[in-house]
Design a protein around this ligand. Structure first.
Ligand code: DGL
Length: 307
């Protein structure tokens, strides 16, 4: 078990912010990453569809004999974490609870902002997770869906390192610039006197500079990547499933989109070349969704409707 890879997935490139942190924290671990670029964004989709994607990808990762699955996407975590935990034999870790925990630890005035996709914000997953940790913390949320397009499309337009790309963003997005967009989205949050802002989408740490500028330096930005990596390490440790330093390590990145493009954009996020990037066709993922998974999804949604 210890030599098996950790499976990680997201709707696209954003989950690489989490994968990067996991690889930094546990350089001895093997990983398999899937970026579902062909179906990105997940944010505006109905929860039912996102849950089906979670089950397809989870089953596909299980077929790669992963020892743990990380849903490195807030939208998919909000829609499908509980269901995936029920269905798969290996532990499944999401990014919402770790982000909420980091925010509750960081806030002093106990006023926390959360930004994310429409799916994440409408699900109320962050408010519930924060309240479960500290019922006295006030959560103010806002959906900021265009930030996802900025990352997915902006990366295609820019060049060089992620830092250069960010510096260029004003030029790439002429009307409105990313800085204006951030200000429009974040002004109401800033006025609500938050001292902590959760970047509740794994794409958003790539926009840290304009987001920080819009909310001001007194607001602390929280990305769930570090806390998620810690949870993955603790979960593996508790089960005696951590890889040994001397074990041979493998790394496989896959995408439902174009593999060459994913390698070039993903390499800029990770700050290094991606050795192996393979394309996975949507029919391959869709074929994972068999009768058992369909039944599990139906039962889960019927129960959720009664709650
Ligand atoms: N990276 C995903 C998240 O954390 C969102 C991007 C999307 O809309 O697909 O929610």
């Amino acid at each position: 078990m210890r030599e098996r890879p950790i499976g990680i997935f997201d709707s696209g490139l954003g989950g690489l912010t989490v994968a990067g942190e996991i690889m930094r924290a546990m350089p001895e671990e093997s990983i398999v990453y899937l970026g579902d670029t062909a179906r990105c964004p997940y944010g505006p989709r109905p929860q039912h569809d996102v849950r089906e994607f979670v089950l397809q990808i989870g089953r596909w990762l299980a077929g790669r004999e992963v020892k743990l699955i990380v849903i490195a996407c807030n939208t998919a975590t909000a829609a499908g974490l509980a269901l995936a935990q029920r269905v798969f034999d290996v532990p499944v870790v999401g990014v919402v609870e770790p982000g909420a925990r980091a925010a509750v630890k960081a806030t002093v005035n106990r006023r926390v902002g959360v930004i994310g996709t429409v799916g994440t914000i409408d699900s109320g997953a962050y408010s519930m997770a924060v309240r479960a940790l500290d019922a006295g913390v006030t959560v103010v949320s806002a959906a900021t869906p265009r930030f996802v397009d900025v990352v997915e499309n902006g990366l295609r337009l820019g060049e060089g390192s992620i830092e250069d790309w960010l510096a260029d963003m004003g030029g790439v997005y002429i009307r409105p610039s990313i800085y204006e967009m951030a200000r429009d989205y974040l002004d109401p949050l800033k006025r609500s006197d938050i001292d902590t802002l959760v970047l509740g989408c794994t794409h958003f740490p790539l926009l840290e500079a304009p987001i920080q500028q819009a909310v001001g330096t007194r607001v602390r930005l929280i990305s769930s990547a570090e806390e998620t990596a810690r949870e993955v390490a603790d979960t593996l440790e508790a089960r005696g499933h951590r890889a040994d330093a001397g074990m041979p390590r493998t790394e496989l990145f896959t995408t439902t989109g174009d593999a060459a493009e994913f390698a070039s954009l993903g390499g800029r996020i990770l700050g290094r070349r991606m050795e192996r990037v393979e394309h996975v066709g949507l029919p391959e993922l869709e074929s994972q969704f068999d009768r058992d998974l369909a039944r599990a999804l139906e039962a889960y949604e019927a129960e959720a409707a009664c709650d």
